[in-house]
Design a protein around this ligand. Structure first.
Ligand SMILES: *Cc1c(COP(=O)(O)O)cnc(C)c1O
Length: 366
């Protein structure tokens, strides 16, 4: 049996008519940049996520950087980010001109260790970026309280967590800004790069719109120097066509995750992901930990099962951050996880028998 890590073409086939129809409509109107398809997606995603404003942009990395810039962060400011995340979270801090400060994560939930966040706050700290890693919300109550107490901005990186809830409330509604990626493989994915920012404050939304569109106030009027980071019409059309399916796709991910957990919980050699009762996990990834991870991956690959490692090198240990001079003992949880993390295949079109097969392979190997 073959089990791919994801099946974007298989998903396309389930919604082919809707996708083909919307692409044709965008082309017919030549509505490639801005225009009605982008407006519609921004409106519908804001309503879906329960936020007042949603500003589309070119990708999730720009969303983070623009949120920081629009909040006035740069210069000597420090921004606290998790050590274990995709590089964009930290990269955006540097490109905004500020300084990255890493913290370790909870050993079974993989979200930021809040006690460590507090320990890293200095007079220069201006913001915390909470990443809802793998689809599980970070500890938002504690982070919000901490941000408030120290006068910091809380930014939510929701790139892996569309529709996840914390105490019943959607992610992206807690911080000053919630940033999203619609990279093709994300839970809501475009057919190319796309992203956006959710926020409550109308003035912030206005600033974000200007920033992403050359600081424009009119066709040839520019209030400031911004950049070109816009959601394009074709991507917005694809996302609008997919959005009505997102709840079902998420429920399916959660069903598959439950099946994995049921089938694997008796294996002591595998550490399963933990979801606290007050949060809902949307399982962008189903990440476990095993000894001899690379060998297990090879063996699974040989049996037709594709897996991933998110992430094989925690950010402080990348060459890109060599200048900060971190050692393994500075982030012991992230460091220990690097050689053990294993992402099992999970995508809405996956079948029960594929889950069974992956679990049977793991039972044989562990
Ligand atoms: C994917 C991702 C991003 C960046 O999104 P792009 O659209 O690829 O720029 C940022 N943060 C996290 C946690 C991500 O997984």
């Amino acid at each position: 049996m073959k089990v791919p890590f994801n099946d974007l073409y298989g998903q396309y086939l389930t919604i082919k008519d809707e996708i083909d129809g919307v692409l044709e409509a965008v082309i017919k109107e030549s509505a490639y940049i801005k225009g009605p398809f982008v407006d519609r997606f921004e409106r519908e995603y804001a309503a879906w996520n329960g936020v007042d404003h949603f500003v589309g942009c070119a990708n999730g990395t720009d969303a983070l950087e623009m949120a920081l810039v629009a909040l006035g962060i740069g210069g000597e400011d420090e921004v606290i980010v998790p050590a274990n995340t995709w590089i964009s979270t930290a990269e955006a801090v540097t490109t905004a001109g500020a300084k990255v400060v890493f913290v370790d994560h909870h050993p079974r939930r993989y979200t930021m260790d809040v006690a460590q966040v507090e320990a890293k706050i200095t007079p220069r700290t201006r913001a915390i970026i909470a990443v809802h890693l793998y689809g599980l919300p970070a500890e938002l109550d504690d982070l919000q309280a901490l941000a408030q107490r120290h006068g910091l901005h809380l930014i939510e990186d929701c790139a892996q967590a569309h529709g996840a809830r914390y105490r019943g409330r959607m992610v992206g509604t807690f911080g000053a800004a919630g940033t999203f990626s619609f990279f093709p493989g994300k839970n809501l994915g475009a057919y190319g790069d796309a992203g956006g920012i959710a926020c409550r404050d109308a003035a912030l939304a206005q600033r974000l719109r200007q920033l992403g569109n050359h600081g424009r106030t009119g066709k040839f009027d520019h209030a400031l120097e911004g950049r070109n980071s816009r959601l394009d019409g074709l991507q917005a059309g694809v996302l609008t066509a997919k959005l009505p399916h997102l709840l079902d796709w998420t429920a399916r991910r959660q069903e598959l995750a439950r099946a994995y957990t049921e089938r694997l919980k008796h294996l002591s050699a595998i550490q399963l992901p933990e979801c606290p009762p007050h949060a809902s996990h949307v399982y962008h990834l189903y990440v476990v930990q095993v000894e001899r991870r690379d060998w297990v991956r090879e063996q699974l690959e040989a049996r037709g099962v594709q897996t991933g490692t998110q992430y094989p090198i925690a950010l402080p240990f990348l060459k890109a951050y060599e200048r900060l001079g971190y050692r393994p003992e500075d982030f012991p949880v992230s460091y220990a996880a690097m050689s053990r993390l294993l992402s099992l295949p999970i995508f809405p079109e996956m079948t029960e028998s594929q889950v069974d097969y992956v679990c049977a392979c793991l039972e044989e190997l562990l």
